[in-house]
Design a protein around this ligand. Structure first.
Ligand SMILES: Nc1nc2c(c(=O)[nH]1)N[C@H]1C(S)=C(S)[C@@H](COP(=O)(O)OP(=O)(O)OC[C@H]3O[C@@H](n4cnc5c(=O)[nH]c(N)nc54)[C@H](O)[C@@H]3O)O[C@H]1N2
Ligand SMILES: Nc1nc2c(c(=O)[nH]1)N[C@H]1C(S)=C(S)[C@@H](COP(=O)(O)OP(=O)(O)OC[C@H]3O[C@@H](n4cnc5c(=O)[nH]c(N)nc54)[C@H](O)[C@@H]3O)O[C@H]1N2
Ligand code: SF4
Ligand SMILES: [Mo]
Length: 739
């Protein structure tokens, strides 16, 4: 991470040969752009500001955009190379339909005809099997306008209960934990609060690779004297620069949080005034953690007692602090409990709702935050409303001009939809911005389910691996081909600006959705002319809800360089820091700082339970999965960008030298990793930075290189997040390979 060192011309010069295989760009190299468009990166939830160079309806490069306060011109490798996907030859330029006789398996079809067929198939399947037999999967890389439209489309046009989104694989444990403890689900602080924290605690977040710009905040805090504590089974790049590293055994974080709270109580490192005035439930939690002695904690977590004492002392005695976590503690069958354990530690310290006293989960997808607020979750309506609450249903039904009784009830989560497909209860599927065949656990099951569908339509700009199973694929829009808002990591609503028009027959996703609604003769409520009109309706629909956007306008976003929600009226500047002394909110109504009627935060007893599939004699090694810096999610985009492919061309199995030696494996040897669900053969990467009882595989690749052939479809009972971070495997050498 550094100030951008290169411009597009230099990049092309440097990487020119690779573009031949990875994207046959015909860029006007070194040419002067016609226009510069200020927008944001299309990838992760930090949503760095970026200035795109545009010439003749093509993005040809970028310049640093220094005015956006979050990244101030900095970008990571993905942001630097993102523009290279625009002119890729794989870009879908027409609708296509299945044609087994074609070498590609598909043939082009007229867009109008494709829409007609999609509408007809939805209606046929629903007439034959019932409304809920058609399922919809949506995504959190979409703008908030699109996410809102998808929720409305499912409930009002298709009238199915079964809509869910890929944030189910990502943000839901944090969301559920935050709602339980604070009554609201958003980062409690802007990242500027990290800078003055005395202790920065990072659990299960590979900050430098997955939230690279956040590294800058952590390092600045360190320069101001902060102690950095990192909890991870791997010594990630951020861990290499921390003051205390806790090498936790995967799946044991709640034990650690309980153990730290135990020591805080034993040493009276507590903020009694805060606990008494602003929280409920402390006594029950205190009683629960009494059994979590340092000895017991060390036994379960694999961390030394000494390190546990040190961490507790630094955390306990700090005057200011910031706790960050990500999927490392959330991707578990007890992900919500882990999050609650982290929050208990924060509440007991009283260090929240003040300058440099903060807590947040690090969001994932570009719109990981906004995508989980306005109704594309199976149990949610816009404004963060609850689909089973009669008042909430009545409010939204009124905005949408339908009868509340006609709104479906809650549907099932994304994984459960595949079980329903397998059982024949869901017969048709529409997916937008989701690649379940690569990203869902135990994905041989997902592949079989996709093939059982009577009809599947995917909307994407590339033919992703799931879309290979589709009957029709509709050509959607790239990030730079549309406008709308997203909410980044800090809770700041920002504006994506359109740089170019979709090429060929490709269409902005919201237009495609509206075209389907119109063909189904359900166009009422789906006649928006532009994203601004959708946003204006969303503002009304969010009013009075917890996620209140009603005071946010495109203009205010522009003027303020983003607006933090809640922003409940036109004169409101937005709310960068939640839970401040004297603040009021829509639920507490002047009664306190947190989003419950009594205004108090909740301690929650968070019991430890082991992972669903623990190691045993047959499968003695823990597999954990995650990411590398140069690839993004299921890889559909980044596996098409040559320079990023070069950086990490294929997945490897990270393992410790002790384990490698025991198994007779050398660095680069082909190694077979086998779980109860599948196997996968990849080169070994022997590194001293991982626990000897654990192997790690990044999951961005498909087919026989996919880590999700191995993972288990166990889910958290509350959030329904899959347990991507722990399953049991056995490992053996399967041959030599010069890596
Ligand atoms: N380069 C890149 N950046 C990305 C993404 C990407 O695909 N590529 N995706 C974006 C998205 S959608 C997301 S969700 C975020 C994810 O961001 P992160 O959550 O930071 O990334 P992961 O690699 O999934 O997991 C983080 C860490 O958890 C550790 N871990 C595994 N098991 C455990 C455990 O039981 N306890 C603890 N404490 N740690 C554990 C892993 O070793 C890993 O270092 O990144 C976003 N940014
Ligand atoms: N083993 C393992 N598996 C994991 C994880 C893990 O850590 N380990 N992490 C999980 C997490 S945190 C996540 S977020 C999921 C992600 O899983 P997915 O959401 O399935 O992955 P994506 O690659 O984002 O797939 C989205 C698809 O949407 C397309 N797309 C992107 N933007 C747009 C758009 O604006 N419009 C349209 N029409 N299409 C678009 C892309 O081309 C891509 O094909 O993976 C999960 N899977
Ligand atoms: S940190 Fe995230 S938003 Fe920023 S440039 Fe990298 S991928 Fe894009
Ligand atoms: Mo994610």
């Amino acid at each position: 991470m550094a100030k951008i060192p290169e411009n597009s011309a230099a990049l092309l010069e440097q990487y020119g040969p690779h573009l031949a295989y990875s994207n046959g760009l015909k860029l006007a190299t070194g040419a002067d752009p016609d226009r510069l468009v200020d927008t944001h990166c299309c990838f992760c939830g930090q949503q760095c500001g970026i200035r795109l160079k545009v010439k003749e309806n093509q993005v040809i490069g970028f310049e640093p955009r220094e005015d956006f306060p979050f990244n101030q011109g900095m970008l990571c490798p993905k942001g630097v190379k993102r523009y290279l996907q625009g002119a890729h030859p794989d870009r879908l330029l027409t609708a296509i339909e299945r044609d087994p006789s074609s070498p590609t398996g598909f043939r082009p079809m007229a867009y109008e005809r494709a829409i007609e067929r999609v509408a007809a198939e939805i209606q046929r399947l629903q007439a034959d099997y019932g409304k809920d037999a058609f399922g919809i999967l949506s995504g959190a890389s979409l703008t908030t306008e699109k996410a809102y439209l998808m929720g409305k489309f499912a409930r009002v046009a298709v009238q199915t209960a079964n809509i869910d989104y890929n944030g189910r694989l990502c943000m839901v444990s944090a969301a559920a934990g935050n709602k339980k403890a604070f009554g609201i689900d958003r980062a409690a602080n802007p990242w500027s609060d990290i800078l003055g924290a005395e202790v920065v605690w990072i659990s299960g977040a590979n900050v430098a690779e997955c939230a690279p710009i956040t590294t800058n905040y952590v390092w600045q805090a360190r320069e101001h004297g902060a102690k950095i504590i990192v909890v991870d089974p791997r010594i990630t790049p951020i861990a290499r620069t921390c003051d205390l590293f806790l090498p936790i055994k995967p799946g044991r974080d709640i034990a650690l949080f309980n153990g730290i709270l135990h020591l805080m109580i034993a040493n009276d490192w507590l903020d009694h005034d805060f606990i008494n005035q602003h929280t409920v439930g402390f006594e029950a939690v205190a009683e629960h953690v009494s059994e979590w002695t340092p000895k017991q904690t060390a036994q379960v977590t694999g961390i030394t007692e000494r390190a546990i004492h040190q961490a507790a002392e630094w955390w306990g005695k700090a005057k200011t602090s910031f706790l960050l976590h990500a999927r490392g503690i959330e991707h578990h069958s007890h992900g919500v409990q882990n999050v609650l354990g982290a929050i208990n530690m924060v509440l007991a310290s009283g260090r929240i709702g003040r300058e440099h006293c903060g807590y947040a989960t690090i969001t994932g997808q570009g719109n990981g935050q906004g995508g989980r607020e306005h109704g594309q979750k199976c149990d949610q309506l816009p404004g963060g409303r609850d689909i089973s609450n009669p008042d909430h249903r009545a409010f939204i039904a009124n905005v949408w001009g339908v009868a509340a009784n006609d709104l479906p009830q809650a549907g099932v989560d994304a994984y459960e939809m595949f079980r329903k497909i397998d059982r024949g209860e869901i017969k048709g599927l529409l997916s937008l911005c989701f690649n379940p065949k690569v990203s869902l656990p135990d994905n041989h099951f997902i592949t079989r389910a996709l093939d059982k569908l009577e009809f599947y339509v995917a909307i994407d700009f590339f033919l992703n691996e799931s879309a290979h199973h589709a009957d029709i694929v509709l050509p959607g829009s790239l990030h730079e081909e549309d406008e709308g808002v997203v909410t980044q990591i800090e809770g700041r609503v920002i504006k994506i600006n359109q740089a170019v028009d979709p090429p060929g027959d490709a269409k902005q996703d919201w237009r495609i959705i509206q075209d389907i609604a119109a063909k189904m003769k359900r166009e009422r409520g789906f006649t928006f002319h532009n994203p601004r009109e959708i946003f204006d309706e969303l503002r009304v629909a969010s009013k009075g809800g917890i996620c209140d956007y009603s005071g946010i306008t495109y203009e205010k976003i522009e003027q303020q360089n983003g607006v933090f929600w809640p922003c409940p009226d036109d004169d409101h500047p937005g709310t960068p820091r939640l839970f401040e002394e004297g603040s009021t909110n829509v639920i507490a109504k002047g009664n306190g700082r947190f989003y419950f009627p009594d205004g108090k935060a909740r301690f929650n007893v968070a019991p430890y339970s082991p992972p669903i599939e623990d190691v045993d004699a047959e499968y003695p090694i823990i597999l954990t999965t995650g990411r590398v810096v140069s690839q993004f999610l299921s890889g559909t985009q980044t596996r098409r960008i040559g320079p990023l492919v070069d950086q990490y061309p294929e997945p490897c199995v990270e393992m410790h030298p002790q384990l490698a030696e025991k198994l007779g494996i050398k660095d680069g040897d082909l190694t077979t990793v086998e779980s109860r669900r599948g196997d996968c053969t990849l080169p070994a990467m022997v590194v001293t930075t991982i626990r000897p009882d654990t192997v790690f595989i990044p999951y961005h690749w498909a087919g026989r290189k996919s880590a999700n052939q191995l993972t288990i479809a166990a889910q958290d009972p509350i959030s329904k997040i899959p347990e991507y971070k722990v399953c049991a495997v056995r490992v053996r050498r399967s041959g030599e390979k010069g890596r």
